[in-house]
Design a protein around this ligand. Structure first.
Ligand code: 5AD
Length: 346
């Protein structure tokens, strides 16, 4: 097994069976070595510095009905909100004063009528904060919309593929949504010059090791600049309410494999990981992650951006808790970087 990890380090890829063996491995020594090599790789490229991104959840209205997600259209129990452009700009001002130089605008998926207003908002943020990167995470949109957002000043886009397996995709999403379209969107984003992020949940309902191998092969071929990996966490208002959460172990293992596959990738220790386990964020960083995304949304609305139950959004998960985050990172030998932190080819 050790030679497999060394091979992944050197060649940045493995044959499918190599990934499978790493994902199925139960030997603590091997897993410790995987984590150590991933951590070393992150430190070699980024030092002991962690990039911060201010996450602004601009609205929870969503036209989709993904079976795992708490803000799905079918969840009628949820109070819906949309932040006004002024509210979003106020979040950015607060974030900028705190030292954030990347704003991530995330929302449920909106109809095409929302494209122009979003482009105008991106433009306003870009005008007021030309020193900041703007990342969008607003789902599947048309090529024209993606191009318009890009012209308005967005340079990064997050769109998880969720699973690279057709049948698995169909078991997580309603008819009307397709893996083919999701992948087409990802290719378009890359073509338009976005730093593009993709990824999947660890332990989503029905996920097998074979699916994760497909995910890893996809990520290897797609070469994203960012990868979002977090555990699945059930939400009470979804068909998967009683499905168990994904495991810490699988999440960490995926982070390490991805760090070795894409040494310069921007890899967050996600909110879902911090929600799953009190020291999840730190463990993610020690497994090769190099980004955290504290919540910059207005505190009164945070509870409504309810992707899964008990989502962490206070303390070190909130932008106001930056000092607490810094202390947590210091305890494991890391500091916060206030750089914009663009992707670098290595
Ligand atoms: N558990 C964990 N992550 C979730 N997401 C949506 N629902 C859940 C859940 N129940 C993730 C999806 C999506 C991202 C914004 O949040 O992977 O791409």
């Amino acid at each position: 097994m050790i030679h497999l990890i060394d091979k992944l380090c050197e060649e940045r890829r493995l044959p499918p069976d190599g990934y499978r063996r790493l994902l199925d491995c139960r030997d603590g020594h091997t897993l410790g070595y995987l984590q150590q090599r991933a951590q070393e790789t992150a430190v070699r490229h980024f030092g002991h510095e962690i990039y911060i991104r201010g996450l602004i959840e601009t609205g929870n209205r969503c036209r989709n009905n993904c079976y795992y997600c708490g803000i799905r259209a079918g969840n009628t129990a949820l109070t819906r909100y949309t932040l006004s452009p002024d509210e979003v700009l106020a979040c950015c001002r607060r974030g900028h004063a705190l030292g954030f130089r990347t704003f991530v605008l995330q929302s449920g998926e909106q109809p095409p009528s929302a494209d122009r207003p979003l482009a105008a908002l991106v433009e306003a943020i870009h005008r007021e904060f030309p020193d900041c990167a703007i990342t969008l995470s607003v789902g599947e949109r048309s090529r024209e919309a993606y191009a318009m957002f890009r012209r308005a000043g967005a340079t990064r886009y997050l769109l998880r593929h969720e699973t690279r397996n057709e049948a698995h995709y169909a078991s997580l999403h309603p008819p009307g949504m397709s893996l083919r379209h999701r992948l087409e969107c990802l290719r378009t984003l890359k073509e338009l010059g976005y730093q593009t992020g993709t990824g999947m949940m660890a332990g989503s309902p029905g996920q097998t090791t074979a699916h994760l191998v497909e995910d890893l092969l996809f990520i290897e071929a797609f070469q994203p600049e960012m990868v979002g990996i977090g555990p699945f966490i059930p939400h009470h208002g979804t068909p998967f309410a009683r499905h168990p959460a994904g495991s810490l172990d699988t999440t960490l293992r995926l982070l390490s494999i991805i760090r070795l596959m894409l040494p310069g990738v921007l890899l967050p220790a996600t909110t879902a990981l911090a929600t799953l386990c009190p020291d999840g964020r730190e463990r993610g960083i020690l497994a090769g992650a190099n980004v955290v995304m504290p919540n910059l949304s207005p505190p009164a609305r945070r509870g409504l951006y309810d992707l899964y139950d008990h989502k962490a959004c206070t303390g070190a998960e909130s932008a106001g808790g930056l000092r607490e985050l810094e202390q947590q990172l210091n305890r494991i030998g890391y500091t916060i970087s206030k750089e914009k932190g663009d992707y670098r080819h290595v």
